[in-house]
Ligand binder design. Sequence first.
Ligand code: MG
Length: 168
Amino acid sequence: MSKELTALLMERGVYLHEIAQIVYDLQIGFVPGLTLEYCVEVLTGVFEKREVQFAVLTGVALDKLAEANLLPSPLQKIIQSDHLLYGIDEVLGLGIANIYGTIGTTSFGYLDKEKVGVIGRLNFNKMNKVNTFLDDLVAGIAAAAAAKIAHNSISQISNPNSRLVAKG
Ligand code: MG
């Protein structure tokens, strides 16, 4: 399913390495030695989670339906115009961001506000596309991966066995 999800995001113009770059930028200040390859690996794990798959499938389907003018009124206009007060796209993104705890929630808030990297491109460079859900899905995915990396690195530091190794 991870491959299908990657393909679906690619079809919508989002590449895995672009999300990995956001994750890297979020965590490099906290995890020295972090690599883009590791970020891709963690992202692949995030894609394996069923709640992530369901959220992405739902959000992308709504974007595509809005693009094809197939949603019932008044939802068609609301999603097509990315109505400022809609907010359900953020709820879906937050649902993904939360899967590894509150670090994901704060990262999501930051990404949503700053429109970092590909998230900004989706938001500002729309042409005939509808990406109302996609930007929040990508922010949620990046935030969840960042949270997982933070948790992994902290549990490594606090693991008594790894401390013994570090002391030699
Ligand atoms: Mg949005």
